[in-house]
Design a protein around this ligand. Structure first.
Ligand code: SF4
Ligand code: SF4
Length: 1014
């Protein structure tokens, strides 16, 4: 038994802001993940006046979900509704989670507003990965949110908790009661689920909330109003999952499908499944049993019977509880709930104005969804079955979206988001027009079979600079690929590789799936294939790096494999991995495994699991404190086995094969494909047969398979008569590639505010490009990329990006048409105010066209501000130590509130510090002002070392918090001007002014800043 009273968290955003200010240095990424205020997030001043406050919550860390577009897209949808304010919350990284819990800071906190979840009206949880669900109970609990719906509904100040995302249709483990843990009729970790695509449903939902809130409705009334008005709206507690005890009778039972035994037979060739140990022989599907008329509804508020508890049902293979029926509790709720689907992608926007995250790597890269769903029927592919039918966004809409996304996010690279980009009908004109307007077009997954009939595509990929290719081979033999419905022959893979190798690709990643059904002949076939591939590589004189990546088969709900025994979860088949690895390495190829057995097991349990697992989930997350950060420790699996046994359950009941009439816990949700179709496809799988998928292709006469996903005959026709448009002339593409060399550079000098000093410097460059494009839409097609910026001298150090103040960015534009007129100084200064309006955290000081390369900086003028714990004499002592350690001969001069380190004339040429001056403002009237040091430093100067000497080592707090302002940049005087003398010291002026604070007239760099002393 554990305490389920929600944690008493800090409730005031003022206090949370204070806490953040005092602690950001000790958080991961120097607290950037919790900083908020990224470009395209809403200004916090809008929070108070908003009609609906919507907190978009992720179950994983900021860093882990950077690449995901779902939370950005949700925000874009929500921001399209007047009066809705959005903010984001993320799972804190492990270390930060402890720090936050200790200070009672809600784990989910609005990053921009620093408001706790209770200050919002709705918490929208975006769930993409199954195992992330492990984190939900803890995140709720330590964010001050009651764990159970019934408790939340009693308190109006608690937000509505709604879950959506790619995994939303497979969340039965969240919806159960926990009575057997001694907590009464509590149930339901979320209030509602939005099933399917959110473009319309999220909008409908927020509209209902807004209306309900202004009408003064209670949360329960608002949720009630969603039924029938919000597509894919599922309120789990409105459906009763009724269980019955089944008496298994192996002697008399008839098998539902003779093929069902096959996987199990094969499994036993490798290893006895864990659950079989000491338990006899059979893995019989539930349909073999007879229903015994023992009641049990275990949906909330009733509880599942458990060993020794209410109901007293035994945990036995021969006498067990199975889900018998799902019954809607109220007449107005739909049953089953039909998933929301956007049939016409042109009616909705893909992500255009998502936040520009604080992420050095992803800056300047965005994604456009070119199609949704997949026309193929791979038996294992959840996304494909859950998102049918296949739909495409038209090129004209995509071009508009590209320009908008480019402007809003300052993009130079665009990813074409799709299951397989080479199914899109307008692929070639799309590549052509995108490549014309974007520096880089990135293509991700493609199908081997389509590539094998299109040599041209390999050439195009080479031309646009794609050097790494990923393709799914999946089964290691044709037999296993038929089992997986991959529609892929060895010849097709070979042909596609031939095209790729002759085009000089550098890396080929081939995905494999370990099914647990592999036999000697399959390994033999795979060995011969890999050898052929190695021969092809050497014949083509290719240097390609080939990586085979192996994943264990996952049997997802809503797919044909939902009926299959989960062999890979029952058995960690090490022999299979070893054999595949051996074959790959023997032929000079690399081998990787993409997930551990523990992950496979737990993920499979969660997806096959039902509402009876909710107590275990809570226990695992809260009592045992196990959170999912991309791995599952062995201990977690042990714990889960123990929870199952305590609940009177076993992995066996979830992992064994299921019969045709099996009632699944997800049967109250309809994703558009009938169970009949899924069963037929399952039967095909286990008899190793497959049909051609329904997409029209030149080499195949495609036919509708009758899966039921297309709502109209026109939709069916669109797919079966689908044609890919003719390729363009390669010559045209080459011309574009050549024209990209003709570049015009815009130099932008900016002043970065102290608040942005920890953000990646590249982000400012991207934000400048964004501001320019938003203010001047005419330049969007011409913007190429941020080609450079001034960096602090010592790169790749933790402090390298800590400065603020003056910086210089170069933006590259395609030099064609009238771009010179669009970007001339006069136009830019006229637009400056408008451009400035799109800048947050920095100000533009000046623009200049084609100033040549990035300035060659030799000296920088810094001003460092030390906090009040440090006295001027202490800094003086430390600065002296630093100069001594770096052999800088100098004289110490003291005047009023200043201490000057005057570097010896002879020493100046090679010195790392040319001049330093400590201003002790503490002695002045501003007694609270910190001590600062002004320094002119040369290239070798390393801020981090300097600060470490000042503070002592391991003083991360001070190092991260020191404010360092860059005030000016200077170059070295050309040799010709060497005899120009400084009017103050009469030395040769060796420096030239570049940017920032100018040199004094006829003065050298040192005298310019020392002039007050003469
Ligand atoms: S080709 Fe197969 S694996 Fe790939 S997205 Fe389509 S259905 Fe899924
Ligand atoms: S209904 Fe027919 S055409 Fe449409 S996705 Fe299903 S099989 Fe393909």
């Amino acid at each position: 038994m554990f305490d389920i009273t929600p944690c008493d968290c800090v409730k005031s955003s003022h206090e949370i802001k204070q806490w953040y200010e005092n602690n950001y240095h000790s958080l991961s990424l120097n607290g950037l993940w919790l900083k908020g205020g990224e470009p395209n997030t809403l200004d916090q001043s809008l929070f108070t006046q908003a009609e609906v406050r919507f907190l978009i919550c992720r179950l994983s860390t900021y860093r882990d979900v950077l690449a995901s577009i779902s939370h950005g897209l949700v925000a874009q949808i929500a921001q399209g509704i007047e009066g809705v304010f959005t903010d984001f919350a993320f799972l804190p990284p492990p270390k930060d989670l402890e720090i936050m819990t200790a200070s009672k800071i809600p784990l989910w906190v609005g990053t921009t507003t620093k408001e706790p979840p209770c200050a919002f009206d709705v918490m929208g949880i975006s769930n993409s990965v199954v195992l992330e669900l492990l984190n939900l109970p803890k995140l709720l609990h330590f964010s001050g949110i009651p764990l159970f719906k019934n408790k939340r509904m009693m308190r109006q100040e608690i937000p509505i908790v709604v879950l959506g995302g790619a995994n939303a249709a497979v969340t039965s483990v969240l919806h159960g009661p926990i009575k057997e843990q001694g907590f009464g009729d509590n149930c339901g970790l979320v209030d509602a689920v939005l099933i399917g695509e959110g473009e319309f449903s999220m909008k409908q939902f927020l509209e209902v909330v807004k209306k309900g809130k202004s009408a003064g409705l209670t949360k329960a009334e608002i949720l009630n109003a969603c039924h029938g008005k919000v597509d894919g709206f599922y309120e789990p507690d409105k459906y009763e999952h009724q269980y019955k005890v089944v008496v298994q009778n192996p002697d008399t039972a008839e098998k539902t499908s003779s093929q069902q035994d096959e996987p199990l037979v094969n499994l036993r060739l490798t290893k006895k499944p864990v659950f079989d140990e000491g338990q006899g022989e059979e893995n019989t599907p539930p349909s073999q049993g007879e229903m015994k008329d023992v009641h049990q509804s275990i949906t909330p508020p009733a509880s599942p019977p458990y060993e020794g508890g209410e109901g007293g049902v035994k945990n036995s293979l021969l006498d067990e509880e199975v889900l018998a029926e799902i019954v809607p509790k109220e007449p107005h709720v739909s049953y089953p709930v039909k998933s929301a689907i956007v049939y016409d992608l042109d009616q909705v926007r893909t992500m255009e104005s998502g936040p520009v995250w604080y992420d050095e790597e992803g800056l300047g890269t965005g994604s456009l969804q070119i199609s949704n769903g997949c026309p193929c029927f791979c038996a294992f592919c959840a996304e494909s079955w859950e998102r049918k039918p296949y739909r495409e966004r038209s090129l004209s809409k995509l071009l508009d979206a590209l320009r908008s996304a480019k402007a809003h996010q300052g993009l130079d690279t665009i990813n074409l988001l799709s299951f397989n980009f080479n199914t899109h009908a307008e692929l070639y004109p799309m590549i052509f027009s995108f490549y014309e307007e974007m520096a880089n077009v990135s293509l991700k997954s493609q199908r081997f079979d389509l590539l094998s009939t299109d040599r041209f595509l390999a050439e195009v990929q080479q031309l646009i600079g794609k050097t790494t290719v990923s393709c799914g081979m999946e089964g290691i033999s044709e037999r296993l690929r038929r089992y997986l419905h991959k529609n892929l022959t060895e010849e097709q893979i070979y042909k596609a590789c031939e095209f790729l190798f002759e085009r000089g690709i550098r890396e080929l990643k081939v995905f494999l799936i370990g099914t647990g059904l592999e036999q000697a002949e399959d390994f033999g076939e795979f060995g011969r294939f890999v050898k052929r591939l190695a021969d092809l590589k050497s014949m083509s004189d290719s240097k390609v790096r080939i990586i085979f990546s192996l994943t264990p088969l996952y049997y997802p709900p809503h797919t044909p494999l939902q009926y299959h025994a989960c062999i890979t979860a029952m058995d960690d088949n090490k022999k299979l991995k070893k054999e595949i690895e051996r074959i790959c390495k023997l032929n000079g190829m690399e081998f990787r495994e993409s997930s551990s057995y523990e992950e496979t097991w737990l993920m499979q349990l969660f997806t096959m699991g039902d509402r009876r697992l909710t107590p275990a989930l809570i226990r695992s997350s809260i009592s045992d404190g196990f959170l999912y950060y991309n791995s599952v420790p062995k201990q977690a699996l042990k714990n889960w086995r123990a929870y199952l046994s305590e609940l009177g359950l076993s992995e066996e009941i979830y992992f064994r094969a299921k019969g045709k009439d099996k009632v699944f816990p997800w049967d109250d949700i309809d994703l558009g494909i009938s169970k009949k179709f899924l069963w037929e496809e399952y039967e095909r799988s286990v008899s190793y047969t497959e049909r051609e998928y329904c997409l029209g292709r030149p080499s195949v006469e495609a036919q509708c398979l009758g899966c039921g996903a297309c709502p109209t005959a026109t939709q069916v026709k669109k797919i079966t008569q689908h044609k890919i448009s003719q390729p363009f002339l390669l010559e045209e593409l080459r011309k574009i590639a050549d024209s990209k060399r003709n570049i015009l550079t815009l130099r932008v000098v900016v002043e970065i505010e102290p608040a942005m000093r920890l953000a990646p410097k590249r982000l400012i460059g991207v934000a400048i490009a964004r501001a320019l494009m938003l203010a001047m839409p005419g330049i969007v097609p011409y913007y190429a990329s941020m080609s450079g910026h001034l960096r602090d001298f010592v790169e790749d150090k933790t402090t390298a990006d800590f400065t603020y103040g003056i910086d210089v960015y170069h933006l590259a534009f395609l030099s064609k048409d009238n771009i010179k007129e669009l970007l001339n100084n006069e136009v830019l200064s006229q637009r400056l105010k408008n451009i400035q309006g799109h800048c947050r955290g920095f100000r533009i000081r000046e623009f200049a066209i084609n100033q040549g390369d990035m300035p060659d900086v030799k000296y920088i003028l810094y001003k460092m501000h030390f906090n009040n714990d440090f006295t001027a004499s202490f800094i003086e002592q430390k600065a002296g130590e630093y100069l001594h350690a770096n052999y800088v001969k100098h004289t110490l001069l003291k005047k009023l509130n200043r201490t000057i380190f005057k570097v010896d004339k002879k020493n100046k040429k090679n010195a790392v510090v040319l001049y330093a001056r400590i201003d002790d403002t503490k002695q002045s009237k501003e007694s609270d002002a910190p001590v600062s040091i002004l320094m002119v430093v040369a290239r070798r100067f390393d801020i981090q070392t300097f600060l470490e000497i000042c503070y002592g080592f391991e003083r991360r707090r001070e190092i991260v918090r020191t404010e360092i302002e860059a005030l000016g940049y200077y170059g070295r005087n050309p040799v010709l001007q060497k005899n120009i003398r400084c009017a103050s010291c009469a030395d040769a002026i060796n420096e030239t002014f570049l940017i920032g604070q100018p040199l004094g007239e006829n003065q050298c760099l040192v005298c310019t800043f020392d002039r007050d002393e003469h």
